[in-house]
Design a protein around this ligand. Structure first.
Ligand code: BMA
Length: 855
């Protein structure tokens, strides 16, 4: 096999566009320097031909781009030796989306799926020396509209506050058309690497190591090797496995006489791969080499393997669960061990995904790890991510739930879509097969649920049966592809889904759930306590981007909560207003932008804290809490924990606590449907470790001025991987009182707080504290000692330096207690700067009387 990479430098030209498209004159005839991998938007941006769509409302001035055709051209030097091969192929790892490929003016390929790798035979078109390669892209918007006319419109949603476009009629990253957290930046381009490959006889097309057994004694690998071949024969494949220390532990050679060569490998006493928190992530190395009859190498592939089994267990409950009913389990087992999945949903990290480098993936996934997550769900309106994403998850022990890319729509099952979908599924299931982190394939995002609850149009599509709407993909095509290509992986038809079409797809007792009627419904986050999912794969609460990110995107004059630009940077319909309403559930709504920003951020943390503490408390009935969403793709107020510039929001800091392996939570006891009497509080202890956790609980009832009213101690003991509820008799707080549960354990000291009543009814004391700045090593520390009770204290250091970080955040203190904020920054701060009311904030000014609101 001989390879020639296509050059990075290309030229971009505009093609056809509808008459009234506002194409700037300087673009109409221009030859624009372009980069591959890349896309039209980033090429225009690099040349200063469009403004940055992430800033202000610039996005609106770029909407014309998606209505135009575009063409990319480059020159490629090809050698005689390369041409001498039997096959010469132009290989694109990603063409976005409706692309026609010409070599020296001759059409050599066409593709209509961004998500599928493409390989075109160009032998007859290429010549020795200089060649011209051109890729013509048709407007994705006009294509999708045309497809919708051809196949007939079906119900779909997703756009949020963006103009509505039929994202469901083209196999392209759906959120590119705008989502309720993302702008509408409909682009096209060669978004992944491209190259020329030449080969003779046979080519290694893919390697699928299926782990069929992995336990302390033995691991078994059903190895499937995919070959492309010409007429000739006589090749062999040679397989070698190296253990994590680099020692060769298995070797086999066999004839390569068909399109799929199968081999069985067995390893004794293997080192097992585990998700983070359950064990290590040893990675074996698999080498597969194809040789011709003379022993010459025809190509070699290397993959890392993690030896583990992964099974989704959906089995009938043997009995009713402590007042929670009887249904079916929905839990993941790795190597036979049940995992409580803690994590979030992943969306494309940039609207232009070629900008997401392996380093950026690593930073983001490390942030998930830092927040004690062990699972990410790659959401169906985005992408099958680059291999680098899964490589990093393999290394760090982050489990991946991967959606097939269908979201918030009914999908036609007719041609040409059907074949495109099948090829896409086959290609990606095969590509991602070697990654141990990938543990579940899921059919779609909300597409079954929609046909039960999103109005007559949706329900009719399902009940009338006149049209296909995608169910065949979720119940037949995808499971069949997974069974054929990678039978070692579990498959589930949808998120949410209850296991059969005879049940409501968002049932408590069966399958997985999306819990949106809190944020989208009556809103008050305390309503999470009324939900009893087996696995919550989505639930979320909005909060703004961090201050520096927001300031970068919203010009100074527009920094009011409901200004046009602030509203533009919240893509949910009435999103900003909704966030204000939600502040109003707990607080008197302030008027100052800064104050709203802070309270909206705190509110998001409180909501997800309560939700996640609660879903953990429901273990083992519940076995997963994946909130919506880990990341953002641009500067926006959204449900994310990490904003569009990659900065951790306060929610990230809150997550670091509520997903801790060992933690305490205070929640109302009267939350099971069977119900204990209302009013009492319970201490929930979560122990997500492999050993029993025992110690003493110190329970206190304190007045808001800090006076101790009651104190008791109780021993506790929580089994490994379990949650435990301690119910102190008639323990509750009346308004103006605070309950505290402290874990007196040197290794896992923790404290849970419960403030009786809503903030607006609590007469918090004026915040009173001493702050001392100290230098520790290369950094600074701020020690704050409370003189009054302080609630949700934050050091908003990135307001002083956009690159600075401080930890911890959201700390509540009793009078006399101290917190030390560790500061990471290239610059030094003064004590006055740090202790100023905009930087060191608590919610105290926003309680009853709301002294801080009008100051
Ligand atoms: C769910 C997701 C996304 C959406 C989010 C917030 O519906 O699957 O489609 O962005 O909620 O509304």
């Amino acid at each position: 096999m001989q390879t020639a990479n296509l050059p990075i430098d290309w030229t971009l030209r505009i093609g056809d566009f509808p008459k009234d498209t506002p194409v700037p004159p300087e673009i109409r005839a221009a030859e624009i320097p372009a980069t591959v991998p890349g896309c039209v938007h980033t090429d225009l941006l690099a040349q200063g031909l469009i403004p940055d769509p992430y800033i202000g409302r610039n996005e609106l001035d770029t909407h014309w781009i998606g209505h135009c055709d575009w063409s990319y051209r480059t020159q490629l030097e090809v050698s005689e030796t390369l041409l001498a091969h039997e096959r010469v192929e132009l290989v694109f790892d990603g063409l976005d989306t409706v692309a026609t490929v010409l070599v020296n003016g001759r059409e050599t390929g066409h593709s209509e799926n961004m998500h599928t790798r493409q390989r075109f035979d160009v032998k007859a078109a290429v010549r020795a020396g200089q060649n011209e390669v051109e890729v013509r892209f048709a407007s994705p918007i006009r294509y999708a509209e045309e497809m919708e006319r051809k196949l007939g419109a079906l119900p779909f949603t997703g756009a949020g506050a963006n103009p509505v476009l039929p994202h469901y009629m083209i196999r392209k990253m759906s959120c590119n058309f705008g989502w309720d957290w993302g702008p509408q930046l409909v682009t096209c381009g060669i978004w992944r690497p491209a190259r020329l490959e030449a080969w003779s006889g046979a080519r290694l097309a893919g390697v699928r190591p299926l782990i069929t057994r992995a336990d302390a004694k033995r691991a078994e690998i059903d190895l499937r090797i995919d070959l492309d071949r010409t007429a000739g024969g006589g090749q062999t494949v040679e397989t070698t496995v190296f253990d994590p220390a680099g020692k060769r532990v298995a070797h086999a050679a066999q004839p390569a006489d068909s399109g799929e060569v199968r081999g069985a490998l067995a390893l004794e006493s293997p080192e097992l791969w585990w998700p983070v928190g359950y064990g290590d992530q040893p990675l074996y190395r698999l080498e597969v080499e194809l040789r011709d009859a003379d022993g010459h190498s025809l190509g070699k592939r290397e993959h890392r393997m993690g030896l583990r089994t992964a099974t989704l267990r959906t089995e009938p409950d043997p009995a009713t669960h402590d007042g929670l009913g009887q249904g079916e389990t929905f839990h993941l087992e790795i190597n036979g061990t049940r995992i409580f999945c803690k994590g979030a949903n992943w969306i494309p990290d940039d609207c232009f995904p070629h900008r997401v480098t392996p380093e950026r993936y690593r930073t983001r996934i490390r942030q998930a790890l830092g927040a004690h997550m062990n699972m990410l769900r790659v959401w169906g309106g985005g992408l099958y991510e680059d291999d680098a994403f899964y490589d990093i998850c393999d290394e760090l022990g982050i489990l991946v739930w991967q959606d097939f890319l269908m979201a918030c729509a009914c999908y036609a099952e007719e041609e040409p879509i059907r074949s495109l979908v099948e090829a896409e599924a086959r290609d990606n299931v095969a590509r991602l097969c070697p990654h141990p982190s990938l543990v579940l394939w899921n059919g779609c995002n909300e597409n079954i649920w929609g046909t039960f609850v999103w109005g007559d149009d949706w329900v009719n599509v399902r009940t009338e049966g006149k049209r296909t709407w995608g169910l065949g993909y979720y119940l037949e095509l995808f499971p069949r592809v997974v069974a054929e290509v990678d039978p070692s992986r579990s498959f589930w038809p949808a998120s949410p889904y209850s296991g059969t079409m005879d049940r409501h797809p968002n049932d408590n007792e069966f399958g997985n759930r999306h819990i949106w009627d809190v944020w989208n419904g009556n809103g008050d986050y305390r309503n999470y306590l009324g939900h009893f999912p087996r696995f919550a794969s989505e639930f979320g609460y909005q909060g703004p981007a961090t201050w520096p990110t927001l300031v970068r995107a919203i010009p100074e004059g527009e920094r009011q909560w409901l200004s046009e630009t602030s509203s533009h940077h919240n893509k949910q319909v009435r999103g900003q207003q909704r966030a204000l309403d939600r502040i109003g559930d707990s607080f008197e709504t302030p008027e100052k932008f800064d104050d709203i920003w802070y309270l909206a951020s705190v509110n998001q943390c409180r909501a997800l804290t309560l939700g996640c503490e609660w879903f953990r408390a429901l273990s083992p009935w519940c076995s997963g809490a994946l909130y919506w969403q880990l990341n953002d793709c641009w500067p926006v107020t959204s449900w994310a924990a990490i904003d569009g510039d990659g900065r951790p929001k306060l929610l990230w800091h809150a997550t670091r606590r509520f997903f801790r392996p060992r933690m305490a939570a205070l929640l109302p006891a009267a939350v099971t449907p069977a119900g204990t009497p209302p009013g009492d509080m319970a201490v929930y202890l979560h122990n997500d470790t492999a050993s029993q956790w025992a110690g003493t609980l110190r329970l206190r009832r304190v007045r808001i001025d800090g006076t101790l009213l009651e104190e008791k101690r109780a021993p506790f003991s929580v089994e490994a991987r379990a949650s435990f509820r301690h119910l102190p008799p008639s323990w509750n707080g009346s308004a103006g009182e605070v309950l505290l549960a402290d874990i007196e354990d040197a290794d896992a000291a923790d404290r849970a707080w419960w403030f009786a009543g809503r903030d607006r009814d609590i007469a918090y004391p004026e915040p009173d504290f001493d702050a001392i700045l100290a230098t520790r090593g290369a950094g600074q520390e701020l020690q704050v000692t409370a003189r009054s009770l302080l609630r949700d204290l934050c050091l908003l250091i990135d307001r002083l330096d956009p690159h600075a970080r401080a930890e911890p955040q959201l700390v509540s203190l009793l009078p006399g207690e101290t917190v030390t904020f560790r500061i990471e920054s290239a610059r030094s701060f003064t004590q006055e700067e740090l202790a100023s009311p905009e930087i060191l904030r608590s919610v105290n000014p926003f309680g009853a009387g709301a002294a801080g609101i009008h100051s």
